[in-house]
Design a binder for this molecule. Structure first.
Ligand SMILES: [Zn+2]
Length: 112
C-alpha cells in the first residue's frame, strides 16, 4: 500500500497557527484548550478529550492533512470543546451552534 503524505508549507503552517491562536483566544471556552498536530491513524482527522483532573481539553490534529482540511478539523474539534456534555449526540444542535460561532470568528478576524 502506498501512503501519500501531505506536507504543509511554511506559509501554510503560519496561517494554521494564526487560525488556532485566534479561535482559541476568541471562542470563550470555559477551560484551556491544548492543540497538537501529530501523526494519527490515516482514517482519523482529529479528536478531542477532556482531562478532568487538570480541567483542560486536549485536541489532536492529524498532521497528514492539507491546510484546508486541518482548519476544518480545528473548527470541528473546538466545537466539541464548546458543546462538551451539552448534547446527547456527538454532533447535535449545541455542537452545530458552536461550529457556527467558530466559523463566524474565522470570518470576522481572519478571512476578511
Ligand atoms: Zn466530531
Amino acid at each position: 500500500m502506498k501512503i501519500i503524505y501531505i506536507f504543509m508549507s511554511h506559509e501554510d503552517l503560519r496561517y494554521y497557527y494564526k487560525v488556532v491562536k485566534t479561535i482559541k483566544g476568541k471562542c470563550g471556552c470555559k477551560y484551556p484548550i491544548n492543540i497538537r498536530r501529530m501523526k494519527l491513524s490515516s482514517t482519523l482527522c482529529g479528536d478531542c478529550s477532556f482531562d478532568k483532573d487538570n480541567k483542560k481539553f486536549h485536541i489532536r490534529i492529524n498532521k497528514n492533512q492539507s491546510i484546508a482540511a486541518s482548519i476544518d478539523t480545528i473548527f470541528h474539534e473546538i466545537s466539541h470543546c464548546l458543546s462538551w456534555d451539552k448534547d446527547k449526540d456527538d454532533h447535535g444542535e449545541q455542537w452545530g451552534i458552536a461550529y457556527s460561532k467558530i466559523y463566524r470568528i474565522y470570518e470576522k478576524y481572519i478571512h476578511n
